[in-house]
Design a protein around this ligand. Sequence first.
Ligand SMILES: *Cc1c(COP(=O)(O)O)cnc(C)c1O
Length: 398
Amino acid sequence: MNKSIIYLDHAATTALDPQVLEAMMTYFTNNAGNPSSIHQAGRIALQALDDARETVAMILGANRNEIVFTSGGSEADNLAIKGVALAQQQRDKGNHIITSAIEHHAVLDAVQYLEQFGFEATLLPVDDRGLVNPDDLRAALRPDTVLASVMYANNEVGTIQPIAELGAICRECGVPFHTDAVQAAGSLPLDVDELNVDLLSLAAHKFYGPKGAGALYVRRGVPLLPQINGGGQERRRRAGTENIPSIVGLAQALALAEERRPAYVEHCRMLRDRLIDGVLDRISGAWLNGDRIQRLPNNANLGFDCVEGESVLLLLDQRGVCASSGSACSSGSLEPSPVLLAMGQLTDDAIASVRFSIGKDTALADIDDVLAMLPDMIGQLRGVMPCNRVQNSSVAVM
Ligand SMILES: *Cc1c(COP(=O)(O)O)cnc(C)c1O
C-alpha cells in the first residue's frame, strides 16, 4: 500500500505480496496456456493448477479433489449455500437452512435468495459479543434441515465462533456444515477435520493474494450442484476456463500466510491491543465491539459515544488514515450495522463504530499516530454534534 497513507482496512482487502505477484507473472505471459488443452502449453498450465490445488488441499488437511477454485469469497459462499441446498432439495432431503444473523452478505443474501424458491431459513442469534451459542444451533436443527452455515470469524467485529463445536453438532445430525473462513485465513488454523466442517470458503485478497480469486473446500460425498454451468472444469462443479495466474497467486499467498501465521498473529495482536487499550485509556465514552479474547488478532472495532462512525472516518481520511465503518453505508445514508444490531446494540451505538484492521506491514508508529490524533477528532465531533444522552445526563444533574 502507498507509504503516505496509514492503511488500517485489511479486513476489506490487502495489497498483493510481491512474492505472490512474482509467482503469478509467468502465467500471464510465457505460460498462458489453457489447462484443458492437451498440448505442451496446456500441460504447463494444468501442472500449475494441480500444484496450486495440492498446496491448498495440504493446508486445509483435505484431498485435492475436494478443492474448487472460484472467483472469490462471494462465489465460494454462493456455491456452498445454493449448491448444497439445491442438491439436497433435488434428493428430497428438505428445505430448511440454518445460518447466523451476523454472516457476510454473500451468505445471508444467498440464503434469502433461496427463500424465494421454497427454502425456509433460521437465523441463529448472537450474544452481545457476537458469539453463537451451540445450544441454539442444536435447538434449530430439524429433520428437514439440509445445510447449516456459520462464519469462522466475523468481518466487522472480529469475533471467532466455536466452529469445531458447531460442526460436531451438525455431524451428529448428518447435516452438512459450511463455514465462511474468509477472515480467518492467515490468522487461525484451517484444518477442516479439526474444525468438523464439510465446506469452507476462502478469498485470496484477504491474505495478500490477488482479488477475484477464491476457493471452496467441499468434503467428499457432500452433494453439490454447480452454479455456473458450461465446461467440465473443477470436476464439473464450476465451469469456465480456470484463472491460472490468480489460482497460482491464491495458493502461493495461502502458503505464505500459513508459514508466517505465528509471527503475523503476534505482530497484529500486539498492535491491536495497543490500539484498543490506547483508545479506551484516552477517550471517555469509548468501547470495544466484539469479544475481547475470542477475536481476530488484527481487528479493533471501537465505538465512540455520541459520535457517528462515518464522521470519524472522514476526519481520519483527511489525515491519511484508511479505516472502515462497522456499518454498511447504503447510498450515503447512515444505516446501523446489522451485526451490531444483532448483538443487541441500539441504533445510536450501532452507527458510532469504527473498524480498524491491522496488517503485516502495519508499524507501531502507525498505531501511535492514530492514537495521537483520535482524541481530538472525537472531541471535535462531540463539540459540533448535539448529543442527547450527554444533554440528558447534564439535565439530570441539574
Ligand atoms: C470479504 C469477505 C467475503 C467476500 O469475499 P470477496 O472475495 O470479496 O467476494 C465473504 N465473507 C467474508 C467474511 C469476507 O470478509
